[in-house]
Write a protein that binds this ligand. Structure first.
Ligand code: PRP
Length: 214
């Protein structure tokens, strides 16, 4: 993973297959069907990378031939996709972390003020003791992510990792300013936001491209 001195909270995933798949998502000619398929594949690789330092618990197991030591994940993990677009990442994470529980937080951006508006939230009871992977393909102004992190903290969640695909400098800085305990993992740090709060070069509106509402 790549770290940059000016963004102490940011961890950039650095894998050729991730870069290839992200490029497919960026292309405007990529259809909704291909977008969903590639998003799912890319998300699995992201899940693999961001799980690389999870703690393990060791115990005795038996192979067909003899006893040896085996491992299970120590911590319970809760996936929290930010609705809607984050839903496109949930299955990829569940493929690799099938025991994870899933919480939801529903936010959309008011397109004039760019402020997040919440419309739904539901979290597993074990939130307080679990490690949360907060999922959203895009981190633009950071308003939605910061609101979601605040919700999770209000409900008792403590340890949170924000997992994005494409992030803008503005969003990474806002998350650091408001929640410096939350690391941000991303496949790419893009250049800037345009006047409508869209990431440049970005990949458009991920929720619209997943669900065909563009
Ligand atoms: C997009 C995206 C993030 C948010 C990022 O969602 O999926 O949730 O915008 O922008 P921000 O960092 O400036 O808050 P959108 O509001 O388009 O809703 P959707 O997921 O329903 O498409």
């Amino acid at each position: 993973m790549i770290t940059l001195p000016q963004y102490p909270n940011l961890y950039l995933l650095d894998h050729p297959l991730i870069k290839r798949d992200l490029s497919i998502l960026r292309k405007k000619k990529t259809s909704n069907v291909v977008f969903r398929t590639v998003l799912s594949r890319l998300t699995k690789m992201v899940a693999y990378e961001v799980s690389s330092n999870l703690e393990l618990t060791e115990s005795d197991i038996e192979t067909p031939l003899e006893k040896t030591r085996g491992f299970t994940l120590t911590e319970e993990i809760i996936l929290v996709p930010i609705l809607r677009a984050g839903l496109g990442m949930a299955d990829g994470f569940l493929d690799l972390l099938p025991d994870a529980k899933v919480g939801h937080v529903g936010l959309y951006r008011n397109e004039e003020t760019l402020e997040p508006v919440d419309y739904y939230s539901k979290f597993p009871r074990t939130l307080r003791s679990s490690l949360v992977f907060l999922l959203d393909p895009m981190l633009a102004t950071g308003g939605s992510a910061c609101a979601a992190i605040s919700f999770i903290k209000q409900k008792g969640g403590g340890r949170i990792r924000l997992i994005n695909l494409v992030v803008a400098p503005e969003g990474v800085k806002k998350v650091y300013a408001e929640h410096d305990d939350v690391p941000v993992f991303a496949a790419a740090l893009d250049r800037e936001l345009n006047s409508h709060g869209f990431i440049l070069p970005g990949l458009g509106d991920s929720g619209d491209r997943v669900f065909g509402t563009e």
